[in-house]
Design a protein around this ligand. Structure first.
Ligand SMILES: N[C@@H](CCC(=O)N[C@@H](CS)C(=O)NCC(=O)O)C(=O)O
Length: 267
């Protein structure tokens, strides 16, 4: 692995509760990529992201380069660290990792988000502290004022209705079943013998329905959310895929690739 010490510190634009931001943050943390996080409240995040040529969070700004999607950020961090860290060098394995990452990005992330918001939109008192954790002082002060607009924008842009939320929960359960089937041969990781971007993406994007300890995205506590949400989260935790994601948060969220490589060389 090449040293990251000569890479200019980058800025990661996020929202505190965004699971795609957690995906990027997890990769940067794991690879020892130097960055400073700049969290924003919803809506006002657009002032920062559009200035950088993006729209959604996360966006990584490094010198004159912009990475405007979580996968672009993970790929960039892996390459900057010398490669073969979160994406295997072996072409067949890499394709498998990329296909799973895309499936989780396109399916799991949107459906965990829609279902979670559907449970929480009626509780602005739970969402406000979560959405304002670590943001600039002025944005935290403005959030209560813009909160009704934020909530109605989330509801309309994600097309949240009781029916769509139910369909999203079914899709989440389906992806959990598929992931559990993949793990049923006793493998420890989704692809190959090592932790990859596929594992990281599954765990980060499943987080809104699992409330894992160890993650760095801001969520309400499981105890504080409505009972129906808590009960479903407990059911999903108690599946093979749920246990797998929780294990990744407890064993891999704070692990560093560099330390692991040195450890394995020392053996
Ligand atoms: N494909 C994007 C999806 C990111 C995404 O959906 N971000 C959400 C937050 S979790 C967002 O920024 N939504 C508000 C917006 O689009 O302005 C990625 O992987 O980075």
């Amino acid at each position: 692995m090449t040293s990251n010490s000569n890479i200019a510190p980058a800025i990661l634009i996020t929202m505190p509760h965004s699971h795609y931001s957690e995906k990027a943050r997890w990769a940067l943390d794991r690879l020892g990529f130097p960055y400073r996080e700049e969290p924003h409240v919803p809506l006002l995040h657009r002032l920062a992201t559009t200035r950088s040529g993006g729209g959604s969070v996360p966006v990584l700004v490094q010198g004159s380069s912009r990475f405007i999607d979580s996968t672009e950020i993970v790929v960039h961090a892996d390459a900057a660290g010398g490669g073969d860290l979160l994406y295997p060098r072996d072409a067949t394995l890499r394709r498998e990792v990329e296909a799973l990452e895309k499936r989780f990005d396109d399916e799991l992330g949107p459906h965990t988000r829609r279902w979670a918001y559907a449970q929480l939109l009626a509780n602005p008192g739970l969402l406000r502290p979560v959405m304002s954790r670590g943001v600039p002082w002025l944005e935290a002060r403005l959030l209560p004022v813009i909160m009704p607009g934020v909530l109605s924008l989330i509801r309309s842009s994600l097309r949240i209705t009781p029916e769509s939320a139910h369909r999203s929960l079914e899709r989440v359960r389906g992806i959990f079943r598929e992931t559990g089937d993949r793990l049923s041969d006793g493998r420890r990781y989704l692809v190959g013998e090592r932790f990859t971007a596929a594992d990281l993406t599954f765990a980060a994007l499943a987080a809104p329905v699992l409330f894992p300890a160890g993650g760095r995205a801001a969520y309400p506590t499981l105890e504080s959310v409505p009972a129906t949400m808590r009960e479903e989260a407990l059911r999903l935790r108690d599946t093979d895929a749920g246990r797998f994601a929780l294990r990744l948060f407890s064993q891999e969220r704070n692990a560093s690739s560099a330390a692991q490589e040195q450890g394995s060389k020392a053996c």
